[in-house]
Design a protein around this ligand. Structure first.
Ligand code: XMP
Length: 326
């Protein structure tokens, strides 16, 4: 019968048989799937695995630290963190169009990842072992959605920020390809990953870059990061994390509105709260969440976040609205 223990044992053996004495790399996104895949492969082949985390500077508060500290502490994995914040910010400078932003982020991500990959491959050559495998957190629904498992790198571009390069020179290791999300969470928990990683709600690969309506700048990122952290803190405190599928917090950087704070007029930006309920993100409804929680979030954001003088609630279902604003 199905138990997480069996799945782990079976996959550890299969990974060992597949990889042998060669080396593998795995890109970590901060999401559940890549984290659990990496932890499983780490359990199987230990130091033959190197993980790569590209810090594009578009993560939420505490997320990079979660990967750098908590994930490494829980798994003992070898991690290469590439600080690419400057690179992404300059590539995004002056860009407001959503699709252009997504393309730029996807492109830069692939470039940085490939560069890190080349460095790891070069290190592998030094100790005589090839890096021959790329670990992917592909789940069963991903395979079904992308038209059947062919064993090739056929991942939705949605899924991995920008998709994989066409001329992939690696064989894929996909230890989660028979599992659904809830099973992956159970496996992750059994492997000792922290709840903050295992129970994580969906978060888009392009990160906060597509939650700033307007140009992405360092200052705006900091502002949004603060507002988002407050919303998440209050939602968690109210025990709403399981009920809400996800709650994007969006900065309308190109919009200003008049406010009054203390004894002065302000001219600031609105923050949008977009709590949604969903089964699979294909359709969604706005979550009828308690007014008192909304009130606390609103009060705290307008008090604590500079330049924000208004908090608005998005009451649109999907369709017609998408979950994200861009
Ligand atoms: P939309 O906005 O299309 O979002 O209703 C559906 C779900 O997908 C997430 N999302 C993404 N995830 N890369 C991802 O990994 C992306 O580029 C991306 N865009 C949207 C979104 O957060 C929601 O869960």
């Amino acid at each position: 019968s199905w138990t997480t223990g069996n799945v782990i044992e079976e996959q550890v053996e299969a990974i060992r048989a597949q990889v042998g004495t060669k080396r593998a790399i795995c890109g970590l996104s901060g999401g559940v799937d890549s984290a659990v895949a990496a932890a499983l492969v780490q359990k199987a082949i230990g130091s033959q695995l190197t993980c790569v985390y590209v810090d594009h500077g578009l993560m939420r508060k505490g997320e990079t630290e979660q990967v750098e500290k908590d994930f490494v502490a829980a798994t003992g994995v070898q991690l290469k963190v590439v600080d690419a914040q400057e690179r992404f910010l300059s590539a995004l400078a002056g860009v407001s169009d959503p699709e252009t932003k997504r393309k730029i982020i996807g492109r830069e991500f692939i470039r940085v990842f490939e560069q890190a990959q080349a460095e790891i491959v070069a290190e592998g050559a030094a100790d005589g072992e090839d890096v021959a495998f790329l670990v992917q957190g592909t789940l069963y629904p991903d395979i079904v959605e992308s038209g059947g498992g062919t064993g090739t790198a056929n991942i939705k571009s949605h899924h991995n920020v920008g998709g994989l390069p066409e001329d992939l020179e690696f064989e894929l290791v996909e230890p989660l390809r028979q599992l659904f999300k809830d099973e992956v969470r159970m496996v992750g928990q059994e492997l000792g990953l922290p709840a903050e990683i295992v129970q994580r709600q969906p978060f888009p690969g392009p990160g906060l870059g597509i939650r700033i309506v307007g140009e992405v700048t360092q200052e705006r990122l900091e502002l949004l990061r603060e507002a988002d952290a407050i919303a998440r803190e209050e939602l968690t405190a109210a025990g709403l994390d399981a009920e809400i599928w996800q709650c994007p917090v969006v900065l309308l950087a190109d919009v200003r509105s008049v406010g009054v704070q203390g004894d002065g007029r302000t001219y600031g930006h609105p923050i949008v709260l977009r709590p949604v309920s969903s089964e699979d993100a294909m359709t969604a409804d706005w979550t009828r969440m308690p007014y008192d929680v909304l009130a606390r979030i609103s009060t705290r954001i307008t008090n604590e976040v500079r330049d924000v003088n208004r908090v608005v609630l998005d009451v649109t279902s999907k369709p017609p609205g998408t979950i994200e604003w861009e």
